[in-house]
Write a protein that binds this ligand. Sequence first.
Ligand code: PEP
Ligand code: MN
Length: 338
Amino acid sequence: MIIVMQAHAEPKQIEAVVNRVEELGYKVHLSRGESRTIIGIIGADEHLIQQSSFEAMDGVEKTMRVMQPFRIASRDFTQQDSIVKVNGVEIGGKRVVVMAGPCSVESREMILETAHAVKEAGATILRGGAFKPRSSPYSFQGLGEEGLRYLAEAREQTGLPIVTEVMSPDEIEVVAEYADILQVGARNTQNYSLLRALGKQSKPVFLKRGMSSTIQELLMSAEYILSGGNMNVMVGERGIRTFETATRFTFDVNAIPVLKELTHLPVVADPSHGTGKWNLIPPIAKAAVAAGVDALMVEIHPNPAAAWSDGNQSLTFERFAKMMQDLRPVAEAVGRTI
Ligand code: PEP
Ligand code: MN
C-alpha cells in the first residue's frame, strides 16, 4: 500500500504516519518528491491494513493499493519520472543521455582515446567493461581492477562519469570504488544475491533485462535493489532471445513504452547487444529515442575489426559521431534533446 501525503505536509505529520506503520510491524519506504512525500508500506500481508485508518490521519491525502507485484518500481508509487543523477548528468530528464565506449577496456591508450571521442561526439557517460561475463571461459575475461583504474583516469581527463559491469557481490566494493554507475548484465538480471547487495550500497545501478526475462521479471529484479533502500536504479532493454537468427538478439522496442507506463525508473536502450550488428545500431537507436527512452548505451571502438569483444556490434568513432547528429532531429520530434 502507498500513502500519499498532502502537498507540503508537515514533517511532524509524516513522522506520525511512519511511526504508525512501524508500530504495525511493517517496513517503510519514504519517497520525498519536490512537493509531496509518498510513504510505501512493504510487507507480505500489507493488504490486511485498513486504508481508512491512515486516511484519517493529519496530513494524509490518500492511500492506494499498489496492484503490481513490483511496488517501489511501480508508477503507482511515484507518478513523476525518477531522475538518476550522476556527477551532474541527469538520466530520466528531458535530455536523452548517451553512454558510449568499448565492450571491454583493452588498454589504457584505447580507453583514453575512446573517452575523448565519446566526449567530442557529445555523449556524456563513458562505458567500458573490466569484469566481463563471457560465454566462453577461454575468451578474454576483462582487465579487472587494472581496467577500472584506466576508466577512472579517463574520467579524470574528460569529466565523463563511468559505467561498468559488476558480476558478483564480492566485486561490488572494488567496482564501486572506481565506477559512478554499476551495471548488472543480462546474465545476472536474476542474480538475487547480487541485486540484494546492490540495494545495500548507494551507487546508481543500471539493470539490464535478461535475454529471457519478461518485463515483469525485470521490474521484480529492480524491486530487489529498490527495496534494499537504493532508489537510484535504471532499467534497460538489450534484446531478447527469439526464433529470429538474422540478428544476435531481438531488440524489443515494445519494452520501452511498456516500461515507461509501468515504472517511474529511467529506461535505457542498448542497440549494440540488442542487434549484434553495428549497421543496425543507428536505426534501432533512432527507434528507441522515438519510443521514449531516457538513455542509450552504445558500444564504440577505435578499430572494431580488432576488438577483443563485440567488435561486430561496435561503431567506429566517425560512425558514432554521425549517429549522434542524426539522433538530434528524432529527439526533438518527441520533445527531447540529446
Ligand atoms: C555489455 O554491456 O558489454 C554486456 C555484456 O551486456 P549484456 O549484459 O546486455 O550482454
Ligand atoms: Mn559487449
